[in-house]
Design a binder for this molecule. Structure first.
Ligand SMILES: Cc1ncc(COP(=O)(O)O)c(C=O)c1O
Length: 373
């Protein structure tokens, strides 16, 4: 039985198969524990620049890269505050909890926010996008690549060209897919592509990153009431010196610089994306073999997080807690989907072998729960 309580000496021994924060290997934790100079020093600026260059390669872009001392929600709010003028309309596509969150950020910031949603489990297709865009003129459009609550991956390679044709700026929340699923920022013309680092980038939480296009940067001065902490102009200006306006989580940035080097030069991007494709496929095969239906519509299943319907009608909370006793954490469904679905995260550094070991244990737990029904 693994340690499931706070352990002052050893830390958590649980292997996380979660949609973030994810399991972080020792090599990254060690990187975080190295001593650092201050955030106004030359060594810091060099490290910051390594992160910028690494993320440009990861996102296939020459756009500016910003580093934010916040989780992804902070950058989601920054996009709303910095890019939508008070008399403009913003369109928020929502296919689940995080699409709803972005819309709510729009509303709470007093913006003219319009939400276009589809039934949870479905994706925004180019047809759905076109229909929504035909209804009105929008200046900025917000969309998730991967919706972590439903395990749906929007077909952004087809949807973003439709949005760009409308003349709007487009912001993509790639939180639960960046570094797991290929996103080509320049090819698609994405204006802001953001994520926090505790998901497929595999860094402990506390930091988020984004690319930002010159068109987006040029718009910022026209927008009033941008606030202070998340003012893109301030972030961009400081970034020119490879710094952040306020004190950043330096250990996370050090770890991210090392992790990007690992991703780009050790594992390699193609191999990394292929590993995530295989992790997704293997999880869906397991679900089929055990008789759990996938929650997402066929063809739109995510390769970083799988959401399964509770089609066996078993006690999901018990399944999750029994697996936890064996040293692995998966998670129940999100919000209203609790007990109706459950989720397995398979992103970051998880290998096929590790996934299979966990699924083997989970299969036994599911059979026992079915027998005791
Ligand atoms: C798709 C998506 N967007 C946004 C968020 C919010 O991220 P954070 O918790 O880093 O603010 C999450 C978190 O799970 C997410 O999965």
């Amino acid at each position: 039985m693994s340690e499931i309580h706070f352990n002052k000496e050893k830390g958590s021994q649980i292997k996380l198969f979660t949609p973030g924060p994810v399991y972080v290997p020792e090599r990254i934790l060690k990187e975080m524990s190295k001593p650092n100079d201050t955030h106004r020093s030359k060594p810091y600026a060099e490290m910051h620049q390594l992160v910028e260059e690494g993320l440009q390669k990861l996102l296939y872009t020459s756009d500016t890269i910003l580093i934010s001392t916040s989780s992804a929600t902070g950058l989601m709010e920054a996009c709303v505050r910095n890019l939508v003028k008070e008399d403009e309309k913003a369109l928020f596509f929502s296919i689940g909890a995080f699409g709803d969150r972005w819309y709510k950020i729009g509303v709470n910031n007093g913006k003219i926010a319009v939400k276009e949603s589809v039934e949870w489990g479905k994706a925004i297709t180019p047809e759905v996008a076109q229909e929504a865009l035909n209804k009105d003129k929008y200046s900025v459009v917000f969309i998730q690549s991967n919706e972590t609550s439903t395990g749906v991956y929007n077909p952004i390679n087809e949807v973003i060209p439709v949005i760009k044709d409308s003349g709007a700026l487009v912001c993509v929340d790639a939180t639960s897919s960046m570094a797991g699923i290929k996103v080509e920022v320049d090819k698609l013309g994405i204006d802001v592509c953001l994520a926090s680092v505790q998901k497929a980038l595999t860094i402990p939480p506390g930091l988020s990153v984004c690319s930002i296009s010159s068109a987006a940067i040029e718009k910022v001065p026209q927008v009033k009431n941008r606030g202070f902490y998340f003012d893109f102009l301030d972030l961009v200006k400081r970034n020119e010196k490879h710094q952040t306006p306020a004190t950043p989580p330096i250990p996370q940035i050090r770890a991210l610089a090392a992790q990007l080097d690992y991703i780009l030069n050790h594992e390699g991007l193609d191999k990394r994306f292929e590993r995530h494709i295989q992790l997704g496929k293997r999880t869906r095969m397991w679900a089929r073999d055990v008789n759990f239906e996938m929650f997402p519509e066929k063809g739109y299943e995510s390769n970083t997080v799988s959401t399964m319907k509770n089609s066996l009608n078993i006690d999901i909370a018990k399944m999750v807690s029994t697996l936890l006793d064996k040293g692995y954490r998966i998670v129940n469904g999100y919000g209203d989907l609790k007990n109706k679905t459950f989720r397995i995260g398979h992103m970051g550094e998880i290998t096929i072998k590790e996934l299979e070991e966990m699924l083997k244990v989970l299969t036994d737990i599911v059979s026992n729960l079915r027998m005791s029904q």
